[in-house]
Design a protein around this ligand. Sequence first.
Ligand code: DQA
Length: 145
Amino acid sequence: MKIAIINGPNINLLGKRETGIYGNRSFEDYFRELQEKYPAVNLYYFQSNIEGDLVNELQRVGYDYDGIILNPAAYTHTSVAIGDAVAAITTPVVEVHISNVHAREDFRKFSHVSAKSAGSIFGLGLKGYELALQFLMERNNHQSL
Ligand code: DQA
């Protein structure tokens, strides 16, 4: 089973970026733990600060992988192109936000990807990625029954 985690801008700074909101841990460190905990899953990680690179990556994995966990970060709120890419691909997408975007500034309450995703998780910290992974694993098992 192949699952891609795709993170948007500034997620490469996790652990040193607004730690009161995003925590002290780097994503690479968390990703290593996820890989160890779920050895049966072929987990792939991609991060970019560039909108078009995120669209390219969604297109590349989006007809082949079994699931995508997507945190488009700030582009969530601005990118029609990322929303269109999520709508275009056939792989199910779970949208994840580390912080509770609904408890923050108003501009963070709108998402271009929520309506096109299988579902969304926000405010549960890095745990949201693992919960999304568990959902996609279960979904995949049911499909292959
Ligand atoms: C974020 C929330 C976004 O509003 C913000 O721009 C981010 C991170 C989150 O994971 O909580 O960069 O997507």
